[in-house]
Design a protein around this ligand. Structure first.
Ligand code: SF4
Length: 491
């Protein structure tokens, strides 16, 4: 397979206990996931176990027509042959990919329709930090939170049990495993890995991802800040955990010419400037996720420029100062102006700013403030705005806030685009798909079952909308669709 020939670091291991590690999005997305890569290495490092990868095919329709069952990359073995299928799910909409990969494997997507001899379907990943309930009808077990260590507990129980039912009974007592068939809708708390297991880092480097040939490493995990819309805020797993510079640098292999430093708040790492300098001095290209505007100093931006950064990316999140204050996003206009100045001074081509629209309490005036700021920044350096509609997540202070409504979000986006036309490049996430994300972020089992209907109906937006709207109000976890506005306009 061409993709595997181009990889560095893939593990080709046979072992008595084998796991199909499935990412429910295409290869280029799955192989950019540090969590997925970390679990892949961790299982393969353990005695007597092997993990083999599989992904949602790039063209699901063509694969389905071919009638070839979904196969693992390492062994070309049908996924349904493995005793355990472990999914990593990052986003709500990937539930559709999970359903499709199960069907392409010849398995029933619903746990209750699978036999005791069918593989054990285990789910983990970032979605478990907020709301995994829509996964409940499809999973045998859900590993909540950081799975770095608990994956081994769970696999030990599953491989060591005489039957799936026995394994489920034992796992139901694990403090961080959700067993949908035994726990109802009561979720256990998320797990927190021991600091000694950090950092997560890439096992496989490949040219076939968005982050082409980039070695990813996580110099810190979590965040000590308190933005009220964010699942990774300080209350999650005790906030930020730092990995020392020496350890981070020691794990980067010589062959890695491009290094991505990823994490919720990498610029809050106390040694981040030194780490970036050290990487740039060794001739490597450096990428850095989650640049905080208040941490952008001349020294850091200069180091990033030396490491090959050509676009400086940061977030404003609120469209105005009033909105940023409301969501406790401690970024000021002055800091964003400074970011634009620094980017220009160090020869970068562009500033990219992430913003949310549709936050509770937002008005057109907030959008107009963003228009003025955007025009001002674009006179310093070319500016792109990456705009996403606000979606309330569970386990955040803004949990339960309604979606602003597709018409309202679209009208705010039109207002923004009109205001900055010819000056600022605006890229926005679809308001329609943000609504789908919202329904699942706030939903439960019934909304999960509706995804099955949507996938089987063809997976277009109209199929998702029809499936959600067909849910009887008493089966919805929250009242998502209101009379007079079938798509849930904000009050
Ligand atoms: S949005 Fe970023 S800075 Fe704010 S709490 Fe989340 S990870 Fe931290």
């Amino acid at each position: 397979m061409a993709r595997m020939r181009d990889e560095i670091g893939a593990v080709d291991k046979e072992a008595p206990e084998s796991v199909a590690l499935v990412y429910p999005s295409p290869y280029r997305v799955g192989m950019s996931s540090l969590g997925y890569q970390t679990i892949y290495r961790s299982i393969n490092d353990s005695n007597g176990r092997a993990a083999h990868r599989a992904f949602l095919p790039d063209d699901v329709g063509a694969w389905r027509q071919s009638r070839v069952p979904l196969l693992t990359y390492e062994k070309l073995r049908p996924v349904s042959d493995y005793p355990v299928i472990a999914f990593s799910v990052a986003y709500e909409a990937e539930l559709a990919g999970m359903i499709e990969t199960l069907e392409l494997s010849g398995l029933a997507p619903l746990a209750q329709h699978r036999s005791p001899q069918d593989p054990f379907v285990l789910v983990g990943g970032p979605l478990t930090f907020s709301n995994p309930l829509p996964l409940a009808p499809f999973a045998d077990g859900v590993l909540m939170g950081e799975a770095d260590q608990s994956i081994h507990d769970v696999l030990g129980v599953v491989f060591g049990s005489a039957s799936k039912a026995d394994a489920l009974r034992v796992l139901a007592d694990h403090p961080h495993v959700f067993v949908p068939s035994l726990h109802g809708d009561v979720l256990p708390p998320i797990d927190k890995a021991e600091d000694a297991t950090l950092p997560a880092f890439s096992q496989v480097i490949t040219p076939h991802t968005e982050l082409r040939n980039m070695f990813l490493i996580e110099p810190e995990r979590g965040c000590h800040r308190g933005c009220t819309y964010c699942v990774m805020r300080r209350s999650t797993n005790d906030g930020m955990r730092i990995v020392k510079q020496e350890r981070v640098l020691s794990l980067i292999p010589d062959h890695a010419k491009r290094v991505g430093l990823v994490g919720a708040a990498t610029t809050d790492h106390p040694q981040i400037v030194d780490i970036v300098h050290a990487l740039a001095e060794s001739g490597r290209e450096v990428g850095l996720s989650s640049l905080r505007a208040d941490r952008l100093t001349d020294d850091l931006v200069s180091a990033l420029a030396r490491g090959g950064h050509r676009i400086l990316t940061t977030a404003s999140d609120g469209s105005s100062q009033r909105m940023r204050d409301a969501i406790q996003r401690r970024t000021s206009e002055a800091q964003l102006r400074q970011a634009a100045m620094l980017a220009r001074r160090h020869g970068m081509k562009r500033l990219k700013l992430y913003v949310m629209v549709g936050l509770p309490g937002e008005t057109d005036d907030d959008i107009d403030e963003l228009v003025e700021l955007g025009k001002e920044l674009s006179s310093t350096i070319p500016l792109s705005l990456g705009v996403a509609p606000f979606v309330a997540k569970r386990n955040t202070p803004l949990d339960g806030y309604p979606f602003a409504g597709i018409p309202l979000v679209e009208s705010r986006l039109r207002r923004l685009r009109r205001g900055v036309r010819g000056r600022v490049d605006v890229r926005a996430t679809s308001a329609r798909w943000a609504w789908v994300e919202y329904v699942l972020a706030q939903g439960g089992r019934a909304e999960g079952l509706a995804v099955l209907d949507a996938v089987r109906a063809g997976g277009r937006f109209s199929d998702w909308k029809g499936a959600f709207e067909a849910l009887p109000p008493d089966r919805r976890r929250r009242s998502l669709v209101r009379p007079g506005d079938r798509l849930g306009r904000a009050s």
